[in-house]
Design a protein around this ligand. Structure first.
Ligand code: SF4
Length: 278
């Protein structure tokens, strides 16, 4: 059985950077807190908590504490509240996400209606919304677009959650461009996501089985799996080697392995070892 590992599998630049900042910060400081999980991956979350970073649900007194902002970014209100409570802020927001924040703030100031293509409940989208007081329309799928939501819009600036697929973006844009006079589109799908998705356009066709490794809570992992599944129904989403079912590989001579942006290298290597032993 030939095993091909996607060159883009595993931690993206932004996740690597955030974890590095988190670990360096906790080495030097007594109390480091973080609102929610650093990334959507259980193994990484455990490692970061084991290093001493505390996960909190809400901001309390910040005296003598550091608040670590995660790679997904955060709404402006979180920064303001943290400062008010006395926290020192260490910002691990991915620079690609920061770029989306800048675009949105500038276009909003220029009087554009803001449209975000993405998952409304995702932390990254909440962070983008929070740059402009949540005064934006979030669209998840073209089918979910209600005409009333865009009625009366003359000039709209459209940005995209960094981990969306181009197919979903194109479908939504087509509808927007039919109904809105001027649509200014910024393709803010990040490079790491694009590379991963491009590889997933060929790997499922060239292999009998496709394994995508990552957490079921990770949006980019789920999207990667959906792309694979569209082209090859023998595609499986697993979190660790324990999820592998030997029967999946019956008669298979080629297997492709890819992984989401928040999947650690050790987990990927573990899965490869398990496949080799099959
Ligand atoms: S997926 Fe892209 S935007 Fe998100 S953290 Fe990674 S590099 Fe940054």
């Amino acid at each position: 059985m030939l095993i091909t590992v996607a060159t883009s599998a595993g931690f993206c630049f932004g996740v690597k950077r955030a974890i590095k900042i988190a670990l360096e910060t906790v080495e030097k400081s007594e109390i480091v807190e973080m609102l929610g999980d650093i990334v959507h991956n259980e193994q990484v979350v455990q490692a970061v908590e084991a290093a001493g970073i505390r996960k909190i649900d809400s901001l309390k007194s910040g005296a003598g504490k550091i608040l670590l902002i995660r790679s997904h970014g955060a709404p402006e209100s979180v920064y303001q509240e943290a400062r008010r409570l006395g926290y020192r802020i260490v910002d691990a927001t991915c620079p690609m996400v920061k770029e989306i924040h800048t675009i949105v703030r500038e276009r909003y100031a220029q009087g554009f209606d803001i449209i975000i293509i993405g998952d409304k409940q995702h932390d990254e989208v909440q962070g983008i919304l929070g740059q402009i007081g949540h005064d934006a329309l979030v669209i998840e799928r073209a089918a979910a677009l209600v005409p009333g939501d865009i009625r009366g819009m003359e000039r709209a600036a459209v940005v995209v959650q960094s981990t969306q697929t181009m197919a979903n973006v194109r479908a939504i844009l087509a509808v927007l461009e039919r109904h809105i006079h001027a649509v200014v589109f910024s393709n803010t799908i990040c490079r790491a996501t694009r590379e991963r998705q491009v590889e997933m356009e060929s790997l499922p066709l060239e292999n009998d089985v496709v394994i995508v490794i990552g957490s079921k809570t990770s949006a980019n992992t789920k999207r990667l799996y959906e792309l694979a599944r569209l082209l090859n129904e023998r595609s499986y989403l697993i979190q660790t080697r324990a999820d592998i079912v030997p029967g999946w590989f019956e008669g298979a001579s080629r297997v492709a392995v890819s992984a989401g942006a928040s999947t650690p290298d050790e987990t990927i290597q573990d899965v490869i070892d398990a496949l080799v032993s099959l």
